[in-house]
Ligand binder design. Structure first.
Ligand code: A3P
Length: 265
């Protein structure tokens, strides 16, 4: 359809072209205090990562602004296992791979899992803008073409539904819902803190809301773009912190497309 973009299908999963060796993610052992943050891309992963890092590091905002790329271990399958093994505890993993590609002990009651979920319609709008800025094989279609691909499970790390399904029922898993973070941040962050073993005060919650606001995080956009890994994948005019809102989908979906998304399974 002339809607090329950088993906390939491997073991029934749609992967970015750069992802080479899936077995990597099975080649290391988990520690009991590991924390794994998983999501479908464009669901609010970066925001959640930031909140979790701050919560487990006693709201150390100053240090959170340094070594941005060293705060999390991005569990893409190209990562050398040495980096994983040498990392200090508690290790914080960021991951988009579906569950079946992760070490099997991830299912254990001991390991804390956080899954980030967003209305797939808004997630798709965010994805649309993202794919258009790929350096190689950027998405050239219209929005409705992306909806077609989504339905077929052909957006990165798709199919979406089985991705969500594989994580949400795991033991010791906290579900971060993007819309909850926006609509009821105090309550959501309080529960996230409790899940991570911290009893956050009201003042601490306010601090977390303020220091991870869309505006504050957008200020770090350039740091993110300076990461060479990032610039090899995305064009410099990518706006990563784009809108940060609920409901932008209404500007992209007609009723028919909207119904199709609601029926994807
Ligand atoms: P939009 O493109 O709709 O703006 P991910 O981190 O999983 O790739 O998700 C990126 C999406 O989360 C983008 O959505 C981005 O703007 C939004 N986002 C990132 N930080 C945010 C924040 N602090 N508040 C609200 N939305 C945020």
């Amino acid at each position: 359809k002339g809607t090329k973009y950088g993906m390939k299908i491997r073991d029934g999963i749609c992967l970015p072209n750069g992802v080479i060796n899936l077995s990597y993610s099975k080649c290391f052992s988990l520690r009991d205090d590991d924390i794994l943050i998983s999501s479908f891309p464009k669901s609010g992963t970066t925001w959640t990562n930031e909140l979790v890092w701050l919560i487990i590091h006693n709201l150390d905002y100053e240090n959170s602004q340094k070594n941005v790329d060293k705060k999390f271990i991005w569990l893409d399958p190209g990562i050398p296992t040495k980096i994983i093994d040498d990392a200090n505890s508690p290790r914080l993993f960021k991951n988009h791979l579906p569950l079946q590609f992760l070490p099997s002990d991830i299912k254990s009651e001991k390991i804390k899992k956080i899954y980030v979920l967003r209305n797939p319609k808004d997630m798709l709008v965010s994805t649309f803008h993202f794919y258009k800025k790929l350096v190689k094989d950027e998405f050239t279609g219209e929005f409705k073409d992306l909806v077609d691909l989504f339905e077929e499970g052909k957006t990165w790390y798709g199919p979406w539904w089985s991705h969500v399904d594989s994580f949400v029922d795991l033991p010791n898993t906290f579900l971060v819902i993007y819309e909850d973070l926006i609509k009821k941040p105090n309550e959501t962050i309080k529960s996230l803190g409790e899940f991570l073993g911290k009893n956050l005060s009201d003042a601490e919650i306010e601090f977390l809301i303020e220091s991870t606001s869309f505006k504050k995080m957008k200020d770090s956009e350039n740091t993110l773009k300076n990461d060479p890994k990032h610039s090899s994948i995305f064009r410099s005019d990518l706006v990563f912190f784009r809108k940060g809102e609920i409901g932008d989908w209404k500007n992209y979906f007609d009723e028919k497309m909207s119904k199709r998304i609601e029926n994807v399974n």
